[in-house]
Design a protein around this ligand. Structure first.
Ligand SMILES: Cc1ncc(COP(=O)(O)O)c(C=O)c1O
Length: 489
């Protein structure tokens, strides 16, 4: 007799699981030979969008078959070594396996005295150690990604500002007449900083955009005057949200100088290192991050540079007690006592917005162990070297123009043949078409940013298997596509 779904009898589960391991192994091994990305055809979209849920359950074998024909062939593309889009890496294979194991255990990592909690504590400590963030008295937790991590760090900053001014933001909210809170981010700061300000009820206007220097780093010399002007206008500056690796160019703001301003002005220093903070794990890059260890909070995404399968972000906060005060709200049904029953360390759910929390930590814990400290450093160094290699090819190509220095693993450039140099509007339109054609064409994949008002092609090297041949293929795709579009007009 077969068991009713969702139960699966153990032998059938084993057979199915083995078949899936084969499917995934072949899929991952076969990726480089396939197009990086292929837009879905209308019929392929429709079959997924319009499919009805059957009255009777389907057999697991049929469901897997359907997955392998309707879903698996239409991946986003980030598993391919010639994918250079956004900040999306390929999944570390051990992380893929870890997700399977985590789902099998399926604990809620809200808190309690079970192994998953200690795995997350350890993985967070390793992240702190890798980037040189203080481990004593600090606290961190895993999040859905950088957006949530930045939100949590900024919420802690707001909590401290209110504490210092003698009121409770948790009790009052922002409903009473108080000086409006403002924070500072460079004009290259990530949009999630603004989203966080909007969500926290501060409003987008609370985010002051500080101009950048020629390397797209925050121009710190502008900061004290901006703070003074806001104070004079009756506002309450409370935080600088600096970047350690902007999404546009990978620029690292001058963190030490910003930390000096924050110390002098009594502001919280938050560092958005969602993409770039892990660069500090590498000794020869570390000097660029001087000041990171002085941050009050850091956002850092293992699902970016480390290739931990999405979703896996992290927030690290120097004053762990303050983070708990920012979020702790424990209803009677969740109360535990240390070392009694299910009680263990203070619950993660007291430090963030989630109550039920997934076992994200396992894929991070396993990926970090597979890499080791040396492996993390080597990965960062290899990607930085590949970005330099790509920049070299761009610089050597007569029809390409580089638009930003390489700071970490991002290269920004455009197709700009001599006869169009200076014609920025035409170049913007042409390069947008170049990008779209390459994305749809499947030979490589890159995305865009805007630099000094100009459309830039943007390539971010983050795949563990990308080679010099792959970056050369990208350059080839851009020059060929640009030349063809120019002729077609
Ligand atoms: C610098 C930076 N900050 C924040 C984010 C947002 O992170 P997530 O997409 O994981 O929410 C990104 C995403 O690319 C980023 O590059």
């Amino acid at each position: 007799m077969t068991t009713p779904p969702p139960a699966l009898d153990p032998e059938r589960f084993r057979r199915l699981g083995h078949a899936l391991v084969d499917l995934v192994t072949d899929y991952l091994a076969g990726l480089p030979a396939r197009p990086v990305f292929r837009p879905m055809r209308p019929a392929e979209r429709a079959t997924l969008l319009q499919e009805a849920l059957g009255e009777a359950g389907a057999s697991p074998e049929a469901i897997v078959e359907r997955f392998s024909t309707a879903v698996l062939p239409h991946a986003m593309g980030n598993g391919h070594p010639r994918f250079f889009g956004w900040v999306n890496s390929a999944p570390a294979p051990i992380g893929v396996l870890a997700d399977f194991l985590a789902a099998a255990m399926d604990p809620s990592c809200a808190g309690g005295d079970h192994a998953a909690i200690y795995v997350e504590r350890a993985a967070i400590r390793w992240l702190m150690e890798l980037i040189g963030f203080p481990t004593d008295g600090s606290m961190g937790l895993l999040t859905s990604g950088g957006s949530e991590a930045n939100l949590l760090g900024l919420a802690a900053a707001r909590q401290r500002a209110a504490d210092r001014d003698g009121w409770s933001v948790r009790r009052e909210g922002l409903q009473r007449a108080r000086p409006p809170l403002v924070l500072y981010a460079s004009e290259q700061g990530h949009s999630c900083i603004q989203k966080a300000a909007e969500l926290m009820g501060l409003g987008a206007e609370a985010v002051r955009g500080v101009p950048v220097d020629a390397r797209f780093r925050m121009d710190v010399s502008r900061l004290p005057a901006a703070i003074a002007a806001d104070r004079a206008a009756g506002l309450r500056p409370f935080c600088v949200a600096a970047s350690a690796g902007t999404v546009g160019t990978g620029a690292i703001d001058p963190l030490d100088a910003i930390a000096d301003v924050c110390a002098a002005e009594g502001l919280w220093l938050h560092v958005d290192g969602a993409y770039g903070a892990l660069g500090a794990a590498r000794a020869d890059l570390r000097p660029r991050y001087t000041g990171l260890a002085r941050a009050d909070s850091v956002a850092l995404d293992p699902h970016k540079w480390l290739g931990v399968p999405i979703e896996c972000g992290a927030v690290l906060v120097r004053d762990g007690r303050l983070l708990r005060e920012t979020f702790s709200l424990v209803p009677a049904y969740l109360r535990t006592e240390p070392d009694r029953g299910f009680g263990g360390l203070p619950w993660f759910s007291e430090y963030g917005v989630q109550q039920t929390r997934g076992f994200r930590a396992l894929k991070l814990w396993m990926t970090l162990q597979h890499l080791g400290r040396a492996g993390v450093s080597e990965l960062v160094g290899r990607h930085a070297a590949l970005a330099e290699c790509l920049a070299g090819l761009v610089d050597a190509a007569a029809d390409l123009e580089r638009l930003a220095p390489v700071e970490l693993s991002i290269v920004c450039f455009r197709y700009a043949p001599a006869r169009l140099r200076g014609a920025d509007e035409r170049l913007d339109a042409l390069n947008k078409r170049v990008m779209e054609e390459i994305q749809a064409g499947g030979a490589a994949f890159l995305t865009q940013t805007t630099l000094a008002g100009r459309f830039a092609l943007r390539a971010c090297v983050l795949h563990y298997a990308t080679t010099e041949a792959d970056v050369a293929a990208l350059v080839d795709a851009v020059t060929r596509t640009g030349a063809r579009l120019l002729v077609e007009g």
